[in-house]
Design a protein around this ligand. Structure first.
Ligand SMILES: Cc1ncc(COP(=O)(O)O)c(C=O)c1O
Length: 394
């Protein structure tokens, strides 16, 4: 399919899955680019201001605030949702927007309160659905609560084989709230340029290169990957320059990225079905474990299932056992502002702002939810050490 046809086909599928209108979806090369366009538009209309967000996230979700000349201000992390905690404490006359992240796809019912808070103070409400593509928080009537919703087809997201691509939902309700901002955001998203040759090449060769890199011995993997990055032939999920508040110019999606997405997007309902099934299994099977606690028992198709240990050492020990048994375990988001800023100052971050996040991030492991039944049995048996057999007394 050509660029326009593939663009429409993706928007139609996203709209079908989310009960929205294809015309309200806009595709970008990466989700962070779409976020940057939205935040830049907010700056253009409102001028300098503060954006409420959280440090328990990827640095790529904060850079769009910085490159738009806005200031990120951080709430602590709610340990039951891994999302914003008491954002109202940060509100002041400079606040212009709030970003609510559905960490690991945990939407729950947190959004209504935040929507009310945003409405009361006339803030732009952004929802970060990078971990739950096509899933948006709605009210009881099915109306989307956020003004803008951000979705990703990038590395380590719900669709595993896409690697690139972002989708931004612009709520048509924003037109009534602030027509000028709505026009600015939508026209800027529609006028993004195509990526330059180098980025296009790296996206087309990413899967092949990544496959080759993962066949290398561990001792060589990082060095060769860094060399390939420095030679501009490999695209890192998070580049070193992105750890110091910088971001590439935003680009539109391409024909290649779209057609890759279209190969995998039709399977999304099946993928979510498996992720939900495994989330429910973890909910019931891990309840009695004493070495760690479940963070949630929410019945949603999570991207990964978070558990929390008493100490960072205990989490690391289990991480080592699971990874050496062949499981891909994520340590999102440890360090905070993952994979860690070169300086907190450049992010206006002070660890005192978020004591809970600071305390819990290294104790959390995120278990895979994309496993087949046999693998689920194995991971559960590792997490559930078999009870010691009763010793025979002669
Ligand atoms: C929470 C969150 N938001 C946004 C992004 C940015 O997504 P993309 O990689 O498509 O730019 C990421 C990516 O890692 C993320 O984890």
């Amino acid at each position: 399919m050509d660029l326009n046809q593939s663009n429409l086909a993706i928007r139609k599928l996203l709209a079908k899955y989310s009960h929205t209108d294809p015309d309200d979806w806009f595709l970008t090369f990466k989700a962070r680019f779409g976020m940057a366009v939205v935040l830049q538009s907010i700056y253009d209309i409102y001028g300098y201001g503060e954006v409420i967000t959280q440090p328990y996230t990827c640095i790529t979700a904060i850079n769009p605030i910085l490159v738009a000349n806005l200031k990120p201000v951080y709430t602590d992390t709610d340990p039951t949702t891994l999302s914003l905690s008491q954002p109202e404490k940060l509100y002041n006359s400079k606040t212009v927007a709030i970003i609510m992240q559905h960490t690991l796809g945990l939407i729950g019912d947190k959004a209504k309160e935040i929507a009310t808070f945003a409405q009361k103070h006339r803030l732009i409400f952004l929802e970060d659905s990078a971990h739950c593509v096509s899933r948006l928080a709605t009210d009881s009537k099915g109306n989307v609560l956020a003004d803008i919703s951000i979705h990703s087809f990038g590395v380590e997201k719900v669709l595993q084989n896409t690697k690139f691509g972002g989708a931004i939902y612009v709520n048509p309700v924003l037109k009534q709230k602030n027509a000028q901002l709505y026009d600015h955001i939508t026209s800027n998203l529609l006028s993004l340029p195509q990526p330059p040759f180098g980025l296009n090449f790296r996206s087309q060769t990413y899967r092949f290169q990544n496959g080759v890199l993962h066949r290398l011995p561990n001792s060589l993997f990082h060095n060769i990957r860094n060399l390939a990055y420095k030679a501009h032939i490999f695209e890192l999920a998070v580049a070193p320059y992105e750890q110091s508040g910088h971001q590439s110019h935003p680009y539109a999606t391409t024909k290649f990225v779209n057609n890759t997405i279209l190969k995998h997007l039709p399977a999304l309902p099946t993928i979510y079905k498996r992720r939900l099934k495994n989330t429910l299994i973890y909910n019931s099977q891990l309840a009695s474990c004493t070495d760690f606690k479940q963070i949630t028992t929410s019945e949603e198709p999570l991207l990964a299932y978070p558990i929390i240990f008493k100490t960072a050492k205990a989490a690391s020990d289990v991480y080592d056992i699971l990874t050496s048994s062949g499981f891909f375990i994520r340590r999102w988001y440890s360090p905070l502002l993952y994979p860690g800023p070169t300086s907190n100052r450049c992010y206006s971050y002070n660890p005192k702002m978020s004591p809970t996040a600071e305390q819990i991030h290294s104790r959390i492991l995120c278990l895979p939810t994309d496993l087949e039944s046999e693998k689920m049995k194995i991971i559960l048996s590792i997490l559930h050490p078999v009870k010691k057999p009763v010793e025979k007394v002669i």
